[in-house]
Design a binder for this molecule. Structure first.
Ligand SMILES: O=C(O)CNC(=O)[C@H](CS)NC(=O)CCC(=O)C(=O)O
Length: 287
């Protein structure tokens, strides 16, 4: 007999350069999601803050051992939930030398321990004439590795961040490594989001036959920036099973791994791949 299916919650927020109200807003969503029975809560890239410029972004960054992560660890413990904190502005061990941060997706378990930390490997340097200008590499170091999926009560979770969504290679590598849920915490622009967001997320779900969970920034983060919103969850068939519009808040989805197995049985793409023609995408061999 199948038990109740695990419930996950996706938080959508409008982070500003002001860390204190950002924490208050995120903590309120996490508490509400836990009260409703979610075992795993997802927060978007920049849940900690969205800076006005690179200098401010760098000045506000902390280490994983800093005050803010300590508060999130206590929150996870208090609520008894797993927390996917997508896109923490992290001062890494090389901060003194590089004066650049990492864009770090932190997964906390319900004891508040860091279960995994993935540092964004594809940085968003994009210039759309007169509309969008992003140069993440100007203040961020590239992450150097893909992180193996982590077992959670909802399924095996593969970590990515925002712009990584455009690279099917990373989703296929995570699938090969056993992922059942892929997650893309994001802060998409309105211009690119309205054209690409849902199509890319559904494509990643269909081709990898995984659940896809995408928590998003929404609305005016500061005078010079607006985010697309539309957080969503896609099932392995490609159906959007939970979605938000533009308002901050939560949406919920049940994760049905029997359904995932059925989709994989019925269309066995993984067995039909032709690595002899185009090579195999995978995690680098363990050292
Ligand atoms: O800079 C921060 O504080 C948080 N990080 C971000 O907002 C990042 C880097 S600028 N944004 C994206 O990757 C947007 C991708 C996007 O919009 C697309 O791929 O179309």
């Amino acid at each position: 007999m199948a038990g109740p299916k695990p419930l996950v919650a996706v938080g959508q927020v409008t982070s500003t350069p002001n860390k204190e109200p950002n924490f208050a807003a995120c903590a309120a969503l996490v508490r509400e999601a836990a009260r409703r029975g979610a075992c795993l809560v997802f927060l978007p890239e920049g849940f900690d803050y969205i800076g006005r410029d690179p200098a401010q972004t760098l000045s506000l960054a902390e280490g994983l051992d800093g005050d803010l992560m300590g508060r999130y660890a206590r929150l996870a413990r208090d609520c008894g939930v797993w927390l996917s904190l997508g896109g923490f502005h992290e001062r890494g061990r090389d901060w003194a030398a590089t004066q650049r941060i990492y864009n770090c997706h932190v997964l906390l378990d319900p004891t508040g321990r860091v279960a995994a930390a993935y540092r964004k490997t594809h940085l968003c340097d994009v210039e759309l004439e007169g509309r969008v200008s992003m140069k993440e590499s100007g203040f961020t170091n590239r992450g150097t590795e893909i992180v193996p999926p982590v077992s959670t009560p909802a399924g095996k979770l593969g970590l990515s961040i925002c712009y990584d969504l455009r690279f099917p290679e990373i989703s296929l590598a995570l699938r090969r490594a056993g992922a059942e849920i892929l997650t893309y915490p994001s802060a998409f622009t309105v211009t690119t989001g309205s054209a690409h967001w849902e199509v890319l997320l559904r494509a990643r779900a269909i081709e990898s036959q995984c659940y896809v969970v995408a928590a998003a920034q929404t609305g005016r983060n500061h005078e010079g920036r607006a985010s697309y919103g539309h957080s969503l969850v896609v099932d392995p068939w490609g159906t959007v099973v939970a979605q938000r519009g533009e308002a901050p808040g939560l949406c919920y989805a049940e994760i049905d791994l029997e359904y995932l197995q059925r989709v994989r049985r019925e269309i066995p793409v993984q067995e039909h791949r032709r690595p002899d023609l185009y090579g195999t995408v995978g995690l680098p061999a363990a050292p």
